[in-house]
Design a protein around this ligand. Structure first.
Ligand SMILES: CC(C)(COP(=O)(O)OP(=O)(O)OC[C@H]1O[C@@H](n2cnc3c(N)ncnc32)[C@H](O)[C@@H]1OP(=O)(O)O)[C@@H](O)C(=O)NCCC(=O)NCCS
Length: 186
């Protein structure tokens, strides 16, 4: 960490994060892998978006999203694991792995990144959001970040619960249609 609290950019930390993988147990006992996004995840990512409800997409993007442009998809996939870190939750479905959720952070300024999450509806409430949050927070802390921020809709109780269960110091500020969340990593 430098004097202004910026992340120390260690190339070895980037490649460690790019190869990240951990197995967690969901609430119903099934296994879910939390792993780093891979460059060849495009088709699986599109499939996961296609399985996510309009309401969940609205809560994630604050807009009625019916589809995404190629540019948006490239942005989701173009992750450098320093300023933009993305993890996917992967489940075995019919004998093959499927992306069922994801979480990412994007560094906005030295020491501070914005986090966002989405889990496809049929897998919500199984602890995947909590697992993604915990692992992203660990990666952010190891990268020397000080603070994670998020914006969420006021009615988004599951997201608030995930933030509360992270164990990080949390503060919230409500504005008209949005709640600003600040989580302290140190
Ligand atoms: C917010 C979100 C990522 C949480 O992921 P998740 O995997 O469901 O989270 P968890 O299973 O770890 O659950 C967190 C808490 O929310 C609760 N919860 C999850 N889904 C719920 C639902 N549909 N209704 C009520 N509570 C719910 C869980 O029971 C849990 O609380 P508990 O531990 O007290 O039981 C997920 O609900 C989602 O993708 N929502 C749509 C996108 C979104 O809102 N993104 C946030 C933008 S920053």
């Amino acid at each position: 960490m430098d004097q202004e609290g910026a992340a120390v950019h260690r190339p070895e930390a980037m490649s460690e994060t790019a190869g990240y993988s951990a197995v967690e147990l969901m609430r119903d006992g099934r296994r879910v892998e939390i792993r780093a996004l891979r460059p060849d995840d495009r088709a699986e990512l599109l499939a996961a978006i296609g399985r996510t409800s309009t309401q969940s997409l609205f809560r994630r993007f604050f807009a009625a999203k019916r589809g995404f442009t190629d540019q948006e998809i490239e942005f989701f996939l173009h992750v450098d694991f320093i300023n933009h870190v993305a993890l996917f939750a992967v489940m075995e479905e019919d004998g093959r792995p499927a992306i069922v959720g994801g979480g990412r952070y994007i560094v906005l300024q030295p020491g501070k990144a914005e986090v966002a999450f989405a889990v496809i509806d049929r897998y919500q409430g199984q602890g995947i959001g909590t697992a993604l949050m915990g692992q992203l927070a660990e990666i952010a802390r190891a990268a020397g970040l000080r603070e994670l921020i998020a914006e969420m809709l006021p009615e988004n109780i599951p997201m608030l619960k995930v933030f509360e269960k992270s164990g990080l110091r949390l503060s919230t500020k409500r504005e008209a249609q949005v709640v600003h969340v600040v989580l302290k990593l140190f």
